[in-house]
Structures are given as structure tokens and as C-alpha cells.
Design a protein around this ligand. Sequence first.
Ligand code: GTP
Ligand code: SPV
Ligand code: MN
Length: 592
Amino acid sequence: MASKLAALQHWVDETAALTRPARIHWCDGSDAEYQALVQQMLQNGDLIELNQQTHPGCYLHRSHPSDVARVEHLTLVCHPQQQDSGPNNHWMDPAAAHAKIDALFDGCMEGRTLYVIPYCMGPIESPLARCGVELTDSPYVVANMRIMTRMGAAAQARIEREGRFVRGLHSIGELDPERRFIMHFPDELLIKSYGSGYGGNALLGKKCHALRIASHQARAEGWLAEHMLIVGIENPQGQIHYIAAAFPSACGKTNLAMLIPPEGYRRAGWKVWTVGDDICWMRPGADGRLYAINPEAGFFGVAPGTSASTNPNALASIARDTIFTNVAVTADNQPWWEGLPGTPAADWQGRAYDRANGPAAHPNSRFTVSARQCPTWSKQAEAPAGVPISAIVFGGRRPSLLPLVMEARDWAHGVLMGAAMGSETTAAATGAVGVLRRDSMAMKPFCGYHFGDYFAHWLSFDQAGAKLPKIFHVNWFRKGSDGQFLWPGFGDNLRVLEWMIERIEGRATGVDTPVGILPSEGELKLEGLALDRTRLDELLAVDPDGWQDELAAIGDYLESFVPRLPARLRSEQQRVAQALAAAQPRRRAHAS
Ligand code: GTP
Ligand code: SPV
Ligand code: MN
């Protein structure tokens, strides 16, 4: 008996009877265990040693070429009633889903080891943290979970104390896309994932638990589980504002969380502290403010584009003890991706590099690294009570229309901004890249229940006594007529965050428009930035016709959640649409 908790022991026994592993290993989370796993994977080819002089403790994993990203069409949220999963999720009847996936699990671990991974999402002493256990036959998953979560003996002790945990069963199966499912059973606090070894499909503590299952729990318990970074902005007086920001996958969360201030800001004494780069759990505290923890302990970050000019903090973090997945390598066996200096010798599939084969590193190639290795890792990231949130930011890749920044007039307007979010798709999920789609609160692939109920849950935080954060919307990705990004982005995004803080502290007035409050003349600090006036005007322009079309499209989108669409959200959309129409009757005929 390896667990004192009957429910845990029973589930492990039952799973072993189904999957028939050759042996069972209970993970303790120790260094020795991690090193032994690495040695085993170096021998069986799951890991390839990188240059240990330049990158000590760094290894490369090449996943199956058909298994390189999340697979949304194979990801199911199985509530007993289909309508509870909503049009935002794929659904299967739970009994049918269990039967289908259990048939795949039948005998799938023969000759293999079943690893039992107890883990805690959040600081181990935090009342906001939640625990889970993942059962997997993948040592790569174990090694990644060790970096990404508080994994091992301490988590198991908490689980045995609390008696309640999220169950996640995973097997790489045959890595056959035809035999691949990522299934969620929120009522049972249960995840079953088969046939993928990649990222969010396989590291079940991450998107499956900390977002899909947790969002369902959070709704029942009065908190929020969100696809957000958490960053602390310290001004020269030493005051820190914590900001949570939701951007869809591969739209800039890791980069904003690790931002390095522009030169002038650094000299003035501004500092940036990283609390989280992907997931945020928050709940109202006794003082009415929202308090947030990062449930993760590491970063599973996008490699391409990470460089000394864009994200030096990430680059410093991954100089040692990092697992790289699907990056390229140089002739002297250093990890390489597009955006780094030097040249690749072999691409992400291990072929001699040939530009005819596309990028050397897969566009969704990643690094897995402990958050403790980040130079700007915040001490408050370990605080059991979490950090108070001053602002919530929504944003996405919008080549046109959406201004650099705008502020919601109140909570309901902010919820509308979040619900209406759109972004061009990226390589983080399989499918077409660069297609504009609605991605409410960056949660389209991750909300474990009906979006209509989710919007209502967001609205419900607006209660007497609540001291809610201000809500903003940003767009770092607006393009000019030359097709280039108008805004420099990265470190310069601090200029936008500073304006938000000025608004929070009541020092900036902003200018009211029908779509939100924008910086007024001179309020965005642009010293040291070579941004000409016409580009700035374009970045902050509000095109009334374009916005009327946008509000109509938002209205249509919201209708898709009827009958669960909250009336308050629809009335908010109508309010903005009417304000736009009143401010500027249409100039051009509607060409449709
Ligand atoms: P997930 O881990 O998939 O959730 O992604 P993420 O939201 O953390 O995105 P990340 O910060 O890894 O950025 C993804 C890509 O966007 C990288 O190639 C970045 O270089 C690029 N990027 C990030 N911030 C900016 C920005 O401010 N401007 C521009 N132009 N590109 C950016
Ligand atoms: C994302 O796609 O938003 C990620 C990577 O952060 S994954 O862990 O694969 O979900
Ligand atoms: Mn993400």
C-alpha cells in the first residue's frame, strides 16, 4: 500500500488492473528521482543531451511529428448534459466517453512503468491551492510535471490530509492521432488523456486541471481560474501593483510577465516582478480585493522569438536545467530557434537543416524550466495568500481596429471587453494559423463549462463591498499599411502599463470614447522611443464605422450563447452599440 488514502490507493489499483503496467512507481519529487529519470530517457532516446558546457542540465525532447500542439477538436468536456458544456466545448456523453477511452487504455501500459504523480497547484501551504494526482506511462511527463508543479511527497501528504484531489489518467498510447482524446469529466474531478505526449495534452496539471476542471470548481466555489499571467510593477517609490492579463496562446503572456523596463524606466527605478506566465487563480479577500496565486511552479514557454532583445529574462532562465521540446540544434549542439543568433545544423525533427522544410524550430517548440530560475521571480509568488490584483488586462492579436489600449468604464463593460476578445490563431493548437476568431477571456479552449454561465460568473463578482480591479484591453499587434507592427512591444509595453497605473491612482484623466477610455494627449510616456506621430495616432485611432461592424459581430457572437447569455451582457453590448451610433451616424453605406 503506497498511500494511506483509500480513495487514492483504490484508483491506482483499478487503473493498474485496466492498463496492466509491468511496475508502479510512486514519485517522491526528489532530485535523485529526477536525475534517474533523465538517465533512463537519455538511454531510451526520449531525451537528447545538449551541449553541457554552454547549457548544463539541458536536454532536448523531439516529440512525434504529428504530436506538436494542443488538439482542440479531440479535447472534450463531458458534462452529463450537453448544454452544460456549451457551444464553446466539444462534448460526448460521459458514459460513451468513458467506454471509448477505457477501451484504448485497456492493456496500454504492458511492459511499461505506471508513474503516480501527486502534485499541488499553488504554494503547498496556500488555501487557494488545489491538489491532483496524474497517473502516466511517460517519464517525459513526470520530468515536466516535476518542473511545472509542486510534485511529490509534500503534495501527497496534503492530499492524504484533505482526502480530495483531481484525478488525471494519461497514456501516450501509440501517439496515433486517430487514437487520441483529451477528456474531462468535471463532475467527477477526472481527466483521461490518451495518445499524446505533448504539453497541455499530457501535463494534466496545466490546462486540463488548472483551467478546465478548476474553472468548473471555481464557479461553484466563488473564485476564478483564468488563462492569465500575473506581473508586479514596482514604481520608483517602491510601490507594487499586480496586474493579471489574459492573452490567447502564443500572444505574449510569458513576455509581459518577464518584461524588462526600457532604459529610461530602469534608470528611474522601475522594476518588474514575475508571479506567473500562464495561469491565475483568484478569489475575493476579506478586504474585497481579488487575490491571485500562480498555480504553477515553472514555465512551459514558447521558444521561437525568445531572444536577448525580446525576453532576456527568459533567456537567462533557460541557460541551465531546462527541457527543450522540438527546438533545432546548432553544429555544437546548443538549442536554437528562429530569433536567436547563429545558424541551425539540425531542425526540430533531427534532419539536416534545409530552409525548404520550413522553420528549423517548430513554431510551437517550448522550454520547460523552474520559475525559480527566472531573475525576476517574485518572492510574493510563494505567498500563501496570493497577491492583490490592481488591474485585469485582456488582449489578442488584432491587426486592425483595436487600439493599443483602452479602459472599461466599469466591471460589466470590462466583462464585455473580455467576452468580445478576438485574436488570430497561433501554432499553439493544431489547425490554421492567423485566422481571426473570438476567444473570450483567452479561455475558448480552456473553459470547463458553458460560456454563457461563465460570463454570468464573471459578472457576479460585482457586489456590494467588492473592490474590483480596473479592466483594460490592449493590442500589441496592430499593423500599419506596410504590414508591420505599429507598436514596438516587449519592454515598451511597460509604457502602457504605467498609464494603467496612473489611471488606477487617479492621476491620468484619459479621454472617454464610446468604446472605452483611451490615453489623452501626452498621457502615454514615449520618451526614448522612436515612434512617429502618425503611427501613434493610428495606434490610438477609433474608427467609428469599423467599430459599429465590430459591435454587430460581437452581438452575433453573444447570441450564440442564448439561452444562457446573461441579459446584463447583452444590454452592455447594446449600450456600446448605441453610444457609437449616437456619436457618429454611419458615413458609408453598408456593403455586405
Ligand atoms: P502560451 O504559452 O502559448 O500561452 O503563450 P504566451 O501568451 O505566453 O505567449 P509568449 O509570451 O510566449 O509569446 C508568443 C510569441 O509572441 C513569441 O514569439 C513572442 O516573441 C511574441 N510576442 C510577445 N510579446 C510581443 C509583443 O509585445 N509584440 C510582438 N510583436 N510580439 C510579441
Ligand atoms: C497554451 O497553448 O496556451 C500553452 C501551451 O500555454 S499548452 O501547455 O500546450 O497548453
Ligand atoms: Mn497558455
